[in-house]
Design a protein around this ligand. Structure first.
Ligand SMILES: Cc1ncc(COP(=O)(O)O)c(C=O)c1O
Length: 396
């Protein structure tokens, strides 16, 4: 376990009754970050007009500047959104696809994002094309496999930075560079990436990048960002059309500062009255990570995830789907397919272990998340529970 004198689990609000190995789905917000989130909500309610009308622009800029520093992006290239799904929708619905155009993706994408692109393509007479990326994952051949599906009609390539069901890190920078050279737009779905891997968005070079702060950055739910490269910003419309779209009388002081300028930030930031407390708590989440040395602990969590995988695979005889540097602290560990539909429920109902069981093709996985608060005893409990589940012949 990470070497620290602090009981890290006690810093979180997580129920002690559950072995929580699913940080990946919805994150977990530390108590002190959650307190800061609630403090912002209270401050808003004490003086709503002062807060939303006069201060929100400056407060959001502060939060975006802190986040931008962490992500390697300028604050004017980032806007807060509620979740990655919303960011994917904003871009998919902004693009003016023509009949015959193609949006290229992979067969590892998150279902909600697939739904978005399928709908947008269907409505505009375009085609959503999938490149097959087989497992075990081979990062060297990834770009070529995607590129085999590029045609003169490819308008945009959409792909996960870290896949959902299979927890595979795709080499985003390489694919974005190749697409840029071919004048094809890129959108990276980095829902899991912030906090799980190091990010430098300017270097990464995507036209659009969406990421969650409420997963591995441990910010409150409803905090995420959409990044757009300066050259791509005119293409990105907000999901909500509001004050940022005209020179009409400004709604508040923040809007007045931008009067007459239609910027990416202005189009996306003001979406009508809403609770911005989760966005404003992002700097506190970044400070939490710094204070407790979360970056340092990440390497230890990866090692633990890899060791847990070794034990599980030694028992079931299956092969890993990622190796070496592609092993992250969120790791999809292969388990026998037979019985896998029952496994997640059984682990939770019988052992109080919260862990997703995912599938890809004919493979099944337990997708563990080892966070700095995870204990060795909790991972041991998973290893023994799996052994017990599969010993029962009814499950294999
Ligand atoms: C790869 C990927 N993209 C998008 C999402 C959607 O994230 P959100 O629910 O925050 O919109 C997820 C959620 O886990 C995901 O795994």
């Amino acid at each position: 376990m990470p070497q620290t004198t602090v009981n890290l689990r006690s810093l979180f609000l997580l129920s002690p009754d559950v072995i929580f190995l699913n940080h990946g789905s919805f994150g977990a917000c530390p108590r002190e970050v959650f307190t800061e989130y609630q403090r912002w909500q209270l401050e808003l309610e004490i003086n709503p007009v002062e807060f939303l009308g006069r201060r929100s622009g400056e407060l959001l800029l502060y939060a975006r500047t802190a986040l931008g520093k962490f992500l390697g992006a300028r604050p004017q290239d980032l806007v807060f959104i509620s979740n990655s799904t919303a960011g994917v929708n904003a871009i998919a619905k902004s693009l003016k696809l023509k009949p015959g155009d193609e949006v290229l993706s992979t067969d590892h994408e998150y279902g909600a994002c697939d739904n978005t692109w399928e709908l947008v393509c269907r409505e505009q007479g375009a085609t959503y094309v999938k490149a097959a990326i087989p497992l075990p994952f081979d990062s060297v051949s990834f770009c070529d496999r995607v590129w085999q599906k590029v045609t003169p009609r490819t308008r945009l390539i959409f792909f996960s930075h870290i896949t959902s069901a299979t927890a595979v890190p795709f080499p985003a920078q390489e694919l974005c560079a190749r697409a840029r050279a071919a004048r094809i737009l890129t959108m990276v779905d980095g829902a899991h990436a912030p906090g799980l891997i190091d990010l430098d968005l300017e270097k990464l070079g995507a036209d659009f990048y969406v990421g969650n702060c409420h997963k591995w950055l441990m910010a409150p739910k409803g905090s995420a960002f959409l990044y757009a490269r300066e050259s791509a910003q005119p293409l990105a419309q907000g999901l909500v059309t509001s004050w940022g779209y005209s020179e009409r009388t400004a709604l508040n002081a923040d809007q007045e500062a931008y009067a007459g300028r239609e910027t990416f930030e202005r189009r996306h930031q003001w979406q009508g009255t809403r609770d911005i407390a989760a966005f404003l708590a992002v700097p506190a989440a970044l400070e939490f990570r710094r204070k407790y040395g979360w970056e340092r602990m990440r390497a230890e969590c990866r090692t633990l995830a890899a060791l847990t995988q070794e034990r599980i695979l030694a028992a079931n005889g299956l092969a890993p789907v990622v190796s070496g540097d592609d092993i992250l602290q969120m790791l999809a560990i292969p388990v026998p397919r037979a019985g896998a539909e029952r496994l997640q429920k059984w682990l939770f109902n019988e052992r109080r272990i919260e862990v997703p069981v995912t599938a890809f093709g004919d493979m099944a996985f337990v997708r563990i998340s080892v966070q700095a608060y995870t204990t060795q005893a909790e991972l041991d409990a998973l290893v023994s529970a799996l052994a017990e589940f599969y010993k029962d012949k009814g499950n294999s």
